[in-house]
Design a protein around this ligand. Sequence first.
Ligand code: HGY
Ligand code: MN
Ligand code: MN
Length: 412
Amino acid sequence: MQLKVEQTRLAEELDALGKTSEAPPPVVTRVVFTEADVRGREFVKRLCREAGLTIREDPVGNTFARWEGSDANLAPVGTGSHIDAIPNAGRFDGTVGVLGGLEAIRALQRAGYHPRRSIELLIFTSEEPTRFGIGCLGSRLLSGLLDPSAGDRLKDRDGISLNEARASAGFSGCLSTVPLPSGYYAAFAELHIEQGPILEQRQVPLGVVTAIAAPASLKIQIEGEGGHAGAVLMPGRRDAFLAAAEIALAVESAALSTGAIDTVGTVGICEVFPGAVNSIPSRARIEVDVRDIEQTRRDTVLQQIADACERIAAKRNVRVHSELVNSDPPAQCAPAVVDALVHACEKHKLPFDRMISRAYHDSLFMSRISPTAMLFIPSRGGVSHRPDEYSSPEAITQGVLVLAEALAHLSS
Ligand code: HGY
Ligand code: MN
Ligand code: MN
């Protein structure tokens, strides 16, 4: 089978999707169920229809573009990723797995391949935690890892519920109909940018992912006492922001305390109320992201953060309320799917490394209901979640070629 990727067309499609943004290029901001997200979905669905795929969407907006196989009784093979993007992001995170997955299907079609198992290209809803505070919302619901009733309770910062937001984007129906049965897919493979520096540093064009790190996130609210920045003297102050700052430093020291390079802790959101230079913060809110490839080690960090919250609350006489948003186990990728990707790299004489994904992905949840693995391509400078995120057309082409070969192997 002579597989050829249409590199220029794919680059143009990625650029066009990148311009479907709430911010001017090269910045990509495409938050779930916003007008830009809906336009992005329409763009990708049009391309899928042009490739002869049939499309279905579930009540939360997970989208399935299906290439019918010759044996409808066999479980299909899945591929795909997300198109939503955090604020001030780049144009390759997620989209390489969606448009690259589509191009892999088109390359197989052009090569005259006919799948025995149907192949489904998925666009997962809301992989990013930006709007509803929890990552992989669509794939969590799809894999049954998030109870539909918890989904019904989700609201964004403006108090708009998930159900209102999805309805405004044209998605209706009960969330309880979203979960797929385990075994629905015979295999799932996701193409994604590495979002780190390893492949580029090693000058290896492809990474076959064997495990995905375990993410956890917390929302921490601190309540102290406000007052006049000039008239209230330092002794006895109950400054909510300074308590938040101490907790943030405790996150860093807890992550460092494991001594393992795989443990990471980040405070990416910090809000202060009332937010006036001459007013002592009476309230502060931070969001914490903790990850490790070992769940027990990650959970010791969470415990240390909880202990720090208690200690700092007492020391500063403030109230600290911490909510655990999610603490997910890591995923081990399926040997059969890993082997399919390895076999495809070898067939195309492309060097690869086996590696761990430190970012989480929808594959973390798809691995709960389907044999799953991922394929990484290099990120220039290891940069991601920034407008200067970049993967070369050549790197993307190599990823798509290997994905196409692996999909043929898995669907034959
Ligand atoms: O945060 C992550 O790991 C993913 O990029 N959403
Ligand atoms: Mn991301
Ligand atoms: Mn991503």
